[in-house]
Design a binder for this molecule. Structure first.
Ligand code: HEC
Length: 215
């Protein structure tokens, strides 16, 4: 037993991910004998998601107005679906519009109702990230809005990704506001804002103050 536990776990996860990918790519048809045995015995990919899974939004990959990353190291597969604008995101995909909200594609079978997405409401500061809320059907954002209720409105081909045209109830965050919020993630290096973005942030602040019922 020369391999430590953590090392073994890492290998297992890598193997399971590799097998899953091979199965997708080959349509399960022609596996080598070894892979076949592994496919039969491998445990499903298991994601450990913690505060450390999240960081400066600008370090993620920008696709149209939002950002993606991968917790399994297969960023290309995640970006491919994001660029295609439709299709099912691979396990481990992280999608974010703003620093404080994230969707992570969990293991197959994690949740039928949420199409295996887990929703996160995050606290962000220069010190890092905290996970304030996580879950599927019960997860709500800081305004009390239920993540799943809105995101389920996306037409089926979009895998619960709303953007502006996929059928979800709109949010009061315009694309300019979103860009300004993305540029002021406190976990990132400071970025230059355009005048338009500065005004958008001021409008957002007024909006937040204007409604005492909302936190
Ligand atoms: C009122 C409906 C509503 C609620 C509630 C809501 N969202 Fe969204 N969300 C949207 C819409 C609409 C967009 C697209 C906005 C855009 O692109 O301009 C979006 C965008 C996103 C995106 C970027 C990918 C995409 O779907 O376009 C993520 C990630 C996200 N929301 C996560 C969450 C999480 C996590 C929660 C709960 C903590 C949440 N949302 C709550 C409507 C909602």
């Amino acid at each position: 037993m020369l391999i430590g536990r953590a090392e073994l776990m890492r290998k297992r996860i890598a193997m399971a991910a590799g097998v899953a990918l091979a199965m997708v790519v080959s349509g399960c048809a022609q596996e080598s004998g070894e892979a076949e045995v592994e496919a039969a015995t491998a445990e499903p990919v298991s994601l450990e998601i913690s505060e450390a899974s999240f960081g400066c939004i600008q370090d993620m990959t920008a696709v149209r107005g939002f950002f993606v990353s991968s917790l399994t190291g297969d960023l290309d597969a995640t970006v491919a679906v994001a660029n295609a604008e439709e299709g099912v995101y691979p396990v481990g995909s992280v999608v974010q519009l703003v620093p404080t909200e994230a969707m992570v594609k969990r293991e197959a079978g994690f949740s039928d109702v949420s199409h295996d997405w887990e929703f996160f409401e995050l606290g962000v500061s220069p010190e890092g990230t905290t996970i304030d809320v996580r879950g599927t059907s019960e997860a709500v954002n800081r305004f009390g809005g239920n993540c799943l209720t809105c995101h389920l409105q996306a037409e089926p081909q979009y895998d619960l990704i709303c953007e502006q045209t996929h059928g979800c109830d709109p949010i009061p965050v315009t694309p300019v506001m979103a860009r300004a919020i993305q540029k002021t993630d406190p976990r990132c290096e400071p970025m230059e804002l355009t005048d338009e973005e500065t005004q958008a942030l001021q409008a957002l602040a007024a909006f937040a103050v204007g409604d005492p019922d909302e936190e």
